[in-house]
Design a protein around this ligand. Structure first.
Ligand code: NAP
Length: 328
C-alpha cells in the first residue's frame, strides 16, 4: 500500500509515522520548509504515549511536482496542511496525484474544507477526518506529540460502498498502529463532529489571541471569559443542528463539559492559532469562523459572536501583515 502525506507537519508526520508501522505500507511525504531536514534525517518524534522514535519516510518530496514525477499509484493521499483557502487552494496542488483508486483523506480543522476536493475530483473517494490530537513541530523534522490520539473519519459528502471500505481500511491501519481511539463514522455523524470541533476551536483559538495570549486553563477559570466561550460553543452547535437537520449525538460533550474539562489542561497550554499568531503566520480564520458564518447566513441564521471575532481577527491579521511589510 502506498500512502502520501501532503503537508507533513505536526499532525501529518505524527499520523504518518504511526501508519508506517504497518507491514507492507509505504508512507511518503511532501514537505515544504522542513524538506532539507526531513530528507536528510527523517522525523524524530517525542510522544508521551509512544516514546521517542525516529521515522524515515519511504520517499520525501520537496513539492507536489516531484511527487507526481515519481509516478506512484497512491492508495491514500492524506492532506494535513493548514486549511487556508485565503492563501492557496491545496486541492489544485494535489492534482495529478489522485488516481482512480486514490482516496483523499483530509485531516484538517474547519468547516467546508472538503468541498474544493469534491469539486475537483468528483469520482474520487473523499474522506473527512477530525482529530483532537495535540502536537507541534517546534523545529524542522522534530514532532512533539503532547496528548490525545483520537481521530474519526467518514466519507464526504455521503456514504457509499467504496468510500466505506476505503475508510475502514484507513481506520484499521491506525488502530493496528496503536491509535486505539481511531474510529469510522458515518458521513452525517462526521460532519456533526466537524461542527463540534469547530465550536471548540472557535471558542478557544480566537479568544486566546484576542485576550492577549491567554492559556487554556486561565481562559476557562475567568468567569467573563467562560461565559463568552460557552456562548460561542452554544451558538455554533445550535446552528450546526439547524443546518444539518440532525441532533448532536448524546456522547458529544456539552459546552459546560468542554469548558470544565479544559480547567484540567496544563498551565501554559495554548490553542494552536496562538502559535500561528505569534509566528506571524496566517490563522485558519476562514474555515473556523467565516465558512460557518457564511453557511449560517445563507439560511438566515445569526451568529453574532462568530461574526464579531472574525471581524476583529481578520482586521488584526491584516494590520499585522501591513506593519510587517512596512518594517522590512
Ligand atoms: N497541531 C495540532 O495539535 C492540531 C490538532 C488538531 C487539528 N489540527 C489541524 O490539523 C491541520 C494541520 O495542522 P498542523 O498543526 O499539523 O500544521 P503544521 O504543523 O503547520 O503542518 C502543516 C504542514 O504542511 C506544510 N505545507 C503547507 N503547504 C504546503 C505545500 N504547498 N507543500 C508542502 N507542504 C506544505 C507546512 O509547511 P511549512 O512549514 O513550510 O508551512 C507544514 O509543515 C490544521 O487544519 C490544524 O488546525 C492540528
Amino acid at each position: 500500500m502506498e500512502i502520501l502525506i501532503f503537508g507533513a507537519g505536526a499532525i501529518g508526520a505524527f499520523y504518518g509515522s504511526r501508519l508506517a508501522i504497518n507491514q507492507n505500507v509505504n508512507v511518503s511525504v511532501v514537505c515544504r520548509s522542513s524538506y532539507q531536514a526531513v530528507k536528510a534525517n527523517g522525523f524524530s518524534i517525542k510522544s508521551p504515549l509512544f516514546g521517542d522514535y525516529k521515522w524515515m519516510p519511504t520517499r520525501t518530496f520537496a513539492n507536489s511536482s516531484d511527487a507526481r514525477r515519481a509516478g506512484v499509484k497512491w492508495d491514500y493521499v492524506v492532506v494535513s496542511t493548514k486549511a487556508l483557502p485565503d492563501v492557496s487552494d491545496d486541492s489544485e496542488l494535489v492534482e495529478g496525484l489522485i488516481g482512480e483508486e486514490t482516496a483523499v483523506v483530509l485531516i484538517q480543522n474547519g468547516i467546508g474544507v472538503e468541498e474544493p476536493y469534491a469539486q475537483r475530483f468528483p469520482s474520487a473517494v473523499i474522506l473527512s477526518a477530525v482529530t483532537i490530537t495535540s502536537a507541534a513541530q517546534p523545529e524542522p523534522g522534530f514532532i512533539q506529540h503532547h496528548r490525545f490520539t483520537r481521530i474519526n473519519s467518514g466519507a464526504y459528502p455521503k456514504d457509499h460502498e467504496k468510500a466505506t471500505s476505503k475508510n475502514s481500511v484507513f481506520v484499521d491501519l491506525l488502530t493496528k498502529a496503536g491509535i486505539d481511539d481511531a474510529s469510522a463514522y458515518s458521513a452525517q455523524k462526521l460532519q456533526m463532529l466537524r461542527w463540534h470541533k469547530v465550536a471548540i476551536n472557535a471558542a478557544f483559538n480566537p479568544t486566546s489571541v484576542l485576550s492577549y495570549e491567554t492559556d487554556n486553563p486561565s481562559m476557562v477559570q475567568d468567569a467573563d471569559m467562560y461565559e463568552h466561550m460557552k456562548g460561542v460553543i452554544e451558538e455554533v452547535l445550535e446552528v450546526a443542528q439547524k443546518l444539518t437537520g440532525s441532533q448532536l449525538p448524546k456522547e458529544f460533550p456539552t459546552a459546560a463539559q468542554i469548558l470544565d474539562n479544559a480547567k484540567k489542561s496544563p498551565k501554559g497550554s495554548y490553542p494552536s492559532m496562538l502559535a500561528d499568531w505569534r509566528g506571524q503566520k496566517k490563522m485558519e480564520l476562514e474555515v473556523i469562523l467565516n465558512n460557518p458564518i457564511q453557511m449560517a447566513r445563507s439560511k438566515g441564521l445569526a451568529v453574532p459572536r462568530l461574526q464579531t471575532m472574525y471581524a476583529l481577527l481578520r482586521r488584526a491579521q491584516a494590520t499585522r501583515e501591513q506593519d510587517f511589510k512596512s518594517n522590512l
